[in-house]
Design a binder for this molecule. Structure first.
Ligand code: ADP
Length: 957
């Protein structure tokens, strides 16, 4: 209640007329015909009239607007007549000046006893503000409606999802088509949020929604991850949304819902992630390029970015390089061609590449020569102005020196030169590839901001092998043709697992390297690694510098591995050729069947020594290897070897000696050994003498053996001489003996011939003598003379044989008769044996009859002599072609085989208990054999000890 109002109320209480006139509402009383009879000041003030102008003069309807007058006549007056009162009617009053005053009107009729209307009392309150408010409200409502329409229209057409969630249950009250499109086919409208999208239960977003509903605070979310199903049947996906939750209030300003404005940004998030990954990958690519790579900016060539390879090439660290001017980093470049070439590229905007250029670097105040292949590529800004240069370089020092080494090493061998040519060609190709690589790298950097498809195309067009593998199972996401060609497993590799494509790598550590990179996030680099790959079913040996670089997602987790590689097979083949040569040499030395070693440098350090050499030295290999030879073998000093070795090392002229005596301390005692030495100069691949190849052939054994042979030969000679002397002496005795026998036999023969003649005469005279003794005596004397004659003939024959005087006097005679004659003659000497001749044809031969007779006689008498009494002796005579063969078989003592071999030797007699009492000289068979030999015949015997003997001889007819 206002103070003014209180004041007026007080005043009114003291003066009722004052209250009537000054009340904050209008009072008017008019008669049944409408004439105003009383009106208060407040109303007069509203209308701008005086009491005099109105009272008794104006009708109430005149105070009303036109519409008010009609309403008054049609409704107000009749109603007052009927009910006596009206309430809160809204009327427009007209002021004196024609303006409208809005009032609320209440009226009470004053009636007489008959019920006739006498007057009407009206009370009017100012309703202008209210009216205006209402109008404004209406307008506002209309506008709001329009606005709502527009908004709805807008919502419906918004490129964003909009929904209104009603009440604490968040029932979908409204959704626009785009909101529905976020969940095609899912029934949302009219359903509570968590019924319609149950996967939201427990998610952060539900909490946020509750919070907005309760606090009324708006929430704005950016790229919020909400795992949601898209369609009723699709799996839950990771989806990202930008959204606004706005509380919705009812007319009473109470929150009764949440309005949601949402845009799905999943694709954008993924795209950006991919872009980020691409950027990271590109950067990684650059930093892990197998070539030195840098970007030089501005006319001063400030190094903007450089990779480790470049730092390594310059023998610097990355911080020493990055952000500095090229010529500040390497002042020694100023008089080398590089700065001018760079300036040319800046000026002309044309790329420049060179395959082999010497790069002189000053490292620790010493000049070092390297060889590089390089490529300069201009970086052009949007306005076409060259702002910098991408420099790619490869350190080919080892290739160049390998090539140079090979050139020297292989000298003029044509076939190897061809290989070299091939290798050079290969190196050339590599450089071309490098140039191409740089072109692509330039693009990569220029397109740093571009999307994954860009990376893909860059990767695909990179002229060195690149592959990108995703997930622990190494699914191939990207692989360029280069790596596909290296694998040689066909083009269909994308989406397949690396391990499935290259199962042959199983035991080559590569899978575990990949796994480790994936697990630890640490990159892996390998250099000159041999990798055996099955290309079209054939095992191929490659050498790669390769890297496995982890790829991180935005959350910092490894999601894949990038594999880049540089094929360095050719370089390795070249290097290996050099190594192989060296190894072959070492191997050859180690395996050599002679003692060999390599002594290096002026100190003759023992670099390689084979087992034979070490044995020769009498040392253990570990005690001599890598030591100067005269330090390792002090006992070899001062024997002239120092000078010899120095001469070979300094002049390159080989030195050989044979059978040089060397005194060595071996196993604690001094030994003299004899050695053949060969000292050859040992040259490196460039032809410089770097040492000595020593070959030592230990000839001690030969020398000792030869010395021994020489000694024994001397001995042998003495012995031989002595033996010869002895032999000569023996022969002399023999000759004397033969001479004696010959002479004696001769002398004996004459009296024996006389004796024989006397006995023949005496025999003839005494044949008929009655004295049986005389008769028998003469026969016995005859027998003894015959024996004696045989004996002497034997001796004579021997001496004739020895003196070469035995003469064969051949004649034609009946051989069978001779046999019978001889049998009869021998039979005369014995009664105890029966000599039987098997049937024998008449055979004529030409031979010395006496001598063949003596052969027969000898064989027959031996058969008698060496057989016991009462055994038979069988004689046969058979013709065999051109020969006649005679056999004499006894059943006597026989003999052993070793005796049988010797019985035809001169003076040989079997020495046994059975033979010792049988007289003889061992010359009969000897002479017989000589006679048969002189007739070109053959004589032999068969015998078995105790079972008799058979003697044979055959003579040509
Ligand atoms: P000699 O009978 O006078 O000793 P030979 O030259 O006739 O000389 O015979 C040499 C040796 O051969 C004999 O001493 C005897 O030992 C052996 N010999 C020869 N004939 C026979 C034979 N028929 N049976 C066994 N031994 C024989």
């Amino acid at each position: 209640m206002s103070d003014e109002f209180k004041d007026n109320l007080l005043k009114a209480a003291m003066d009722p007329g004052r209250l009537y006139h000054q009340a904050p509402c209008g009072y008017v009383t008019f008669t049944a015909n409408g004439t105003i009879i009383r009106i208060n000041h407040t109303l007069l003030n509203w209308l701008g009239y005086t009491a005099e102008e109105v009272t008794g003069k104006m009708k109430f309807s005149e105070l009303l607007s036109k519409g008010g007058q009609v309403h008054y006549e049609m409704f107000f007056r009749p109603m007052l007549n009927l009910s006596g009162s009206v309430k809160e009617l809204s009327y427009e009053l007209l002021t004196r000046t024609g303006e409208i005053v809005h009032v609320l009107l209440g009226a009470v009729s004053v009636k007489d006893d008959d019920g006739q209307l006498l007057a009407v009392d009206c009370i009017l309150t100012d309703n202008t503000d209210r009216k205006r408010y209402e109008q404004e409200l209406l307008l506002a409502r209309k506008q709001a409606e329009k606005e709502r329409e527009r908004l709805s229209q807008f919502f419906m057409q918004m490129p964003a999802g909009i929904c209104v969630l009603d009440g604490p249950e968040f029932v979908f009250e409204f959704i626009n088509p785009l909101y529905q499109q976020l969940f095609p086919g899912r029934h949302l409208l009219g359903r509570p949020l968590l019924d319609a999208l149950p996967e939201l239960k427990g998610q952060e977003i539900s909490g946020i929604l509750q919070d907005v509903y309760q606090t009324g605070r708006m929430f704005e979310g950016k790229e919020l991850l909400v795992p949601l199903r898209r369609t009723p049947d699709s799996p839950i996906e990771d989806r990202y949304f930008n959204f606004i939750y706005q509380p919705r209030t009812n007319d009473h300003d109470i929150i009764d819902g949440v309005m949601v404005f949402v845009i799905e940004v999943t694709d954008m998030v993924y795209a950006r992630e991919q872009v980020q990954q691409s950027e990271r990958s590109l950067r990684t690519l650059i930093m892990t390029a197998h070539y030195a790579l840098m970007i030089l900016q501005g006319p001063d060539f400030v190094v903007e970015i450089a990779n480790q390879q470049l730092a390594a090439l310059w023998n610097k660290s990355l911080p020493e390089i990055t952000g500095r001017k090229l010529l500040d980093i390497l002042p020694e470049l100023s008089d080398q061609p590089f700065p001018e070439l760079l300036r040319n590229v800046m000026r002309t905007g044309k790329p420049y590449g060179q395959q082999e250029e010497a790069l002189r670097l000053t490292i620790d105040n010493q000049e070092q020569l390297k060889y590089v292949s390089f490529y300069y590529d201009p970086i052009t800004g949007e306005d076409g102005v060259v702002t910098g240069v991408i420099v790619a370089a490869e350190d080919i020092t080892s290739q160049v020196s390998a090539r140079k080494a090979l050139e020297v090493s292989y000298g003029e061998q044509q076939s190897l030169n061809e290989e070299l040519a091939a290798m050079n060609e290969e190196l050339g190709t590599t450089n071309e590839e490098l140039n191409l690589t740089q072109l692509n790298l330039r693009e990569m950097i220029a397109n740093f901001e571009e999307s994954e498809s860009r990376l893909r195309s860059v990767v695909e067009s990179a002229p060195f092998p690149i592959g990108v593998y995703i997930g622990a199972d190494m699914k191939i996401l990207l692989a360029n043709q280069n790596i596909i060609d290296v694998w040689g497993k066909g083009n269909d590799v994308i989406g397949r697992s690396y391990k499935e494509i290259l199962p042959e790598l199983e035991n080559q550590e590569i899978f575990s390297q990949l796994d480790t990179v994936f697990k630890t996030g640490e990159p892996f680099h390998a250099r000159n690694q041999r990798v055996d790959i099955l290309v079209d079913g054939e095992q191929q040996i490659y050498y790669f510098n390769y890297s496995f670089t982890p790829l991180f997602d935005a959350a910092g987790n490894v999601y894949g591995v990038m594999n880049t590689a540089a094929d360095v097979t050719d370089l390795n083949v070249a290097k290996h050729a050099v190594e192989r040569n060296e190894k072959n040499l070492n191997e050859m030395i180690l395996q050599a069947p002679v003692a060999m070693c390599i002594l290096v440098g002026p100190e003759h350090v023992i670099k390689v020594a084979n087992r034979l050499m070490v044995e020769l030295w009498g040392k253990r290999i570990e005690n001599v290897l890598n030591r100067p030879v005269f330090e390792a073998l002090p006992d070899a000093r001062n024997q002239g070897l120092e000078e010899v070795m120095a001469a070979v090392y300094n002049t390159g002229v080989a030195f050989t000696t044979s059978e040089m005596p060397v005194t060595l301390l071996r196993n604690g005692k001094e030994d003299v050994v004899y050695q053949n030495f060969v000292y050859e100069p040992f040259k490196n691949s460039e032809g410089f003498i770097i040492g000595i190849i020593a070959i030592t052939i230990d000839v001690t054994e030969q020398v000792v053996a030869r010395q021994r042979i020489e000694e024994s030969e001397k001995e042998l000679l003495t012995t031989k001489n002595r033996l010869e002397e002895e032999l000569e002496a023996g022969k002399k005795v023999q000759r004397q003996k033969d001479g004696f026998i010959g002479m004696a036999s001769h002398e004996l023969k004459t009296p024996l011939t006389s004796l024989n003649a006397i006995i023949q005469v005496a025999n003839a005279k005494l044949r008929h003598s009655p004295d049986p003794f005389l008769k028998g005596a003469m026969e016995k004397a005859n027998l003894q003379v015959k024996r004696m004659t045989d004996l002497i003939n034997g001796f004579l024959n021997i001496s004739r044989l020895e003196s070469g005087k035995m003469i064969v006097e051949k004649q034609r005679f009946n051989f069978d008769n001779l046999i019978r004659e001889m049998i009869d003659e021998v039979q005369l000497t014995t009664n105890a044996h029966a000599i039987k001749l098997a049937a024998c044809n008449e055979i004529e031969i030409v031979a010395d009859r006496n001598k063949i007779g003596s052969v027969l006689s000898n064989l027959l008498s031996n058969a008698v002599k060496y057989s016991p009494k009462h055994t038979d002796i069988d004689v046969s005579c058979t013709l065999k072609g051109e020969y006649v063969m005679v056999s004499v078989k006894d059943k006597g003592m026989g003999m052993r085989l070793d005796d049988l071999e010797k019985i035809f030797d001169r003076y040989y007699r079997v020495d046994s208990a059975d033979t010792q009492h049988i007289a003889g000289f061992g010359i009969g068979l000897y002479v017989s054999a000589e006679i048969v030999k002189q007739h070109n015949g053959r004589i032999w015997a068969e015998s078995e000890l105790g079972h008799g003997s058979t003697f044979y001889f055959e003579l040509p007819l």
